[in-house]
Design a protein around this ligand. Structure first.
Ligand code: NAP
Length: 345
């Protein structure tokens, strides 16, 4: 297949991940047009030479490749499929590459709709975090074959150090959800280990160093454990996005009658963290669920939100299948989407 050379790139969604990724594309010499819901977050790119567009459609109208790095599947749906969305506005032959962690079925729908219109769309979520985005060393997880992606590979190379091609649309998202399921349990392991060490009076740094050098290690533990110990809960990866990713993975599992108990446990904890005003903190804030209430409050959490809900809620609404009614820290039987409001603190 002959492809026109890619010169014009549009980037939509310049948040924590999108801004540094777009910066690498700009640095590589592509002509870049940007759009973000909140313009401020694109200002640095504009100052460095990117052109501002006032809508996704305007950003896409002249682009050879359009990247999107949005928050939720609903954002992806809006930006691609709305009556003034990318599928209406992009050029015939354009590439539409969604970097958002989103739903596999939505990726397939967008791919199929784009194909009918003579465009090429594929899912390409990434892993490597904010640090990887800044360094330009992300791993891309592509829902396309390597042969079919040849035309866009040079642009992907500006912000990645590895690309895994999973062959067809939706599979990049499914593979990314495997990563998130593994990460979610690593995060719970990190937070459990920290709590056990702290409450037993161990030297926590020594424990992190020891666990980090053996089979119990994970990058969650070695990179985010120290941040939790220092009380640095600024987001590299938002709790609300972790909750979204686990929820997407649980939904995939449910579709095939597959239980994911590790992910279910992590969902319960991340959902709780989001409910008590931790949605916009980084995922290492999971450790705060085990902390003294004063430390949690100092970091911005508010356990009293649950007390207010509890007062409003008759006991009969309690949907958890466990038989103990008031202290639930070990109960992981909550069904997806239901919330247990009984906790110890
Ligand atoms: P983020 O900072 O919230 O960035 C998302 C950006 O998309 C925001 O700037 C948001 O605008 C913009 N946006 C959302 N809907 C929009 C719309 N309809 N039109 C235009 N702009 C829109 O989140 P992030 O950390 O960069 O994560 C982005 C995605 O990557 C998420 O799906 C996340 O799960 C995934 N991810 C994150 C990481 C990480 O470590 N952070 C790693 C891998 C994957 P506003 O500025 O107005 O909110």
């Amino acid at each position: 297949m002959a492809h026109a050379k890619i010169e014009q790139v549009a980037f939509i969604g310049t948040g924590i991940m999108g801004a540094p990724i777009a910066g690498h594309i700009l640095d590589a010499g592509y002509s870049l047009t940007v759009y973000n819901r909140t313009k401020d977050k694109a200002q640095e790119l504009i100052d460095r030479g990117a052109t501002w567009a006032s809508s996704p459609a305007e950003a896409a109208s002249k682009a050879d490749v359009v990247f999107t790095m949005l928050g939720y599947p609903t954002d992806v749906e809006d930006v691609y499929l709305a009556s003034d969305g990318l599928l209406k506005a992009a050029k015939k032959g354009a590439w539409l590459v969604d970097l958002t962690t989103s739903a596999p079925s939505l990726a397939r729908d967008i791919h199929d709709a784009a194909e009918v219109l003579g465009m090429h769309a594929f899912d390409c979520p990434v892993t490597g975090g904010q640090a990887g985005a800044k360094a330009g060393t992300l791993t891309a997880i592509a829902g396309i074959s390597e042969a079919d992606a040849v035309a866009v590979a040079p642009v992907l190379a500006t912000f990645t150090s590895k690309i895994f091609y999973f062959g067809s649309s939706g599979k990049g998202q499914t593979a990314k959800l495997c990563n998130q399921v593994s990460l979610a349990s690593c995060m719970v392991g990190m937070a459990d280990a920290l709590a056990l060490a702290q409450q037993s009076g161990l030297d926590v740094q020594q424990m992190l160093h020891m666990v980090g050098s053996g089979m119990g290690s994970s990058r969650a533990l070695t990179e985010l454990g120290p941040k939790a110990v220092e009380g640095d809960y600024r987001p590299g990866f938002l709790n609300e996005h972790m909750r979204k990713d686990i929820s997407l993975a649980l939904a995939e599992g449910q579709d095939m009658d597959l239980a994911l108990p590790g992910a279910q446990t992590a969902y319960t904890l991340y959902d709780l963290l989001c409910q008590i005003k931790g949605a916009r903190l980084g995922t290492q804030a999971l450790a705060l669920l085990y902390a003294e209430e004063a430390d949690a409050v100092a970091a911005g959490l508010d356990w009293s939100v649950l007390d207010i809900e509890e007062e409003d809620e008759p006991e009969a609404d309690h949907e958890c299948s466990c038989d103990h009614k008031h202290t639930h820290e070990h109960c992981h039987n909550h069904t997806h989407g239901t919330h247990c409001h009984h906790h110890q603190h």
